[in-house]
Ligand binder design. Structure first.
Ligand code: NAD
Length: 278
């Protein structure tokens, strides 16, 4: 079987009307999982705002899907307020908030964890999610028509990963926060869920493997091969950004109207498999 055989984000089969007229903000939308989700959302009729710190990449993608781009460092609450505000001034509403921005590492022993590195990571991976849920919820509650908030956690929250303690901590905390906010926001018709990918060879994963294996020459083909062999029950196949985008599309759409406080794992069976795989 061909390694990582996958569907293309530009394939018409991903088109539909599942999000017609909905307004979505996607943090970390300039590349990787966020960018694939932006394309799939737009192809399903949503108006998409890409919120990221990679201005050139984010703006080009936003242009290509007739969306909007806003510079947004999710660790800064004021930037997230600006991103949500853009949705309100542009279309008068926000229906979907995909809190996806995240960073990896540091890798290494807990005995060597630098507390300032931990703080920097939590500022983005955790406080960034808090900012996103908080301000999307405010706008959704005010409008009174409900909404869908989706956050990106990780298989690391379930199984640990690559001696990345700070990362694991941030991703497990997200699942707890999703459950508690879902309990509160359900009365407003707002669903809060998360998606937990595993082993998708994006910039973040490839640089994580480079750090972990101490090999700066490692390319995405090699990472795909490693993950395909060890990180999935579906032999010869690692996850793709489109696999995750489809899961997010489901959670964002009315198809998931009775799904809340859920962690949708997109990992080719990795987290349910026995330890012989890891
Ligand atoms: P990626 O590096 O391609 O994308 C991450 C995006 O987040 C980039 O566009 C980046 O610019 C943006 N970002 C980083 N810091 C930011 C900040 N402070 N403010 C706003 N945007 C910021 O990697 P990806 O794999 O697409 O990662 C997306 C999410 O998926 C992350 O939360 C990551 O932890 C999670 N995840 C990925 C995998 C995987 O296998 N790739 C597995 C589990 C979880």
């Amino acid at each position: 079987m061909e390694l990582n055989a996958h569907v293309n984000a530009d394939e018409p089969s991903l088109s539909g009307e599942r999000l017609t007229g909905k307004v979505a903000v996607i943090t970390g939308g300039a590349r990787g999982i966020g960018a694939a989700t932006a394309k799939v959302f737009a192809r399903n009729g949503a108006h998409v705002i890409i919120a990221d710190i990679l201005d050139e990449l984010g703006a080009a993608l936003a242009d290509s899907i007739r969306g909007r781009y806003v510079h947004c460092d999710v660790s800064k609450e004021s930037d997230v307020i600006t991103a949500v505000q853009l949705a309100l001034t542009w279309k008068g509403r926000i229906d979907i908030m995909f809190n996806n921005a995240g960073v990896g590492g540091p890798n290494g022993s807990i005995a060597c964890l630098e507390m300032d590195q931990l703080k920097t990571l939590l500022d983005i991976n955790l406080n960034g999610i808090v900012h996103g849920i908080k301000h999307a919820a405010r706008a959704m509650i005010r409008r009174g028509e409900g909404g869908s908030i989706i956050c990106t956690s990780s298989s690391a929250a379930i199984k640990g990963g690559l001696a990345a303690h700070a990362y694991t901590l941030s991703k497990e905390a997200i699942i707890g926060l999703v459950r508690s906010t879902a309990c509160e926001l359900g009365m407003h018709g707002i669903r809060v869920n998360c998606v937990s990918p595993h082993g998708v060879p994006t910039e973040m994963l490839v640089s994580g493997y480079r750090r972990f294996l101490g090999n700066t020459d490692l390319g995405s083909e090699e990472v795909s091969r490693i993950v395909g062999e060890k990180g999935s029950l579906l032999r010869g196949r690692c996850g793709t950004v489109e696999d995750v985008a489809h899961a997010v599309l489901y959670l964002a759409s009315d198809d998931a109207g009775f799904v809340t406080a859920h962690n949708l794992v997109v990992d080719g069976g990795y987290t349910s498999a026995s330890n012989q795989m890891s």
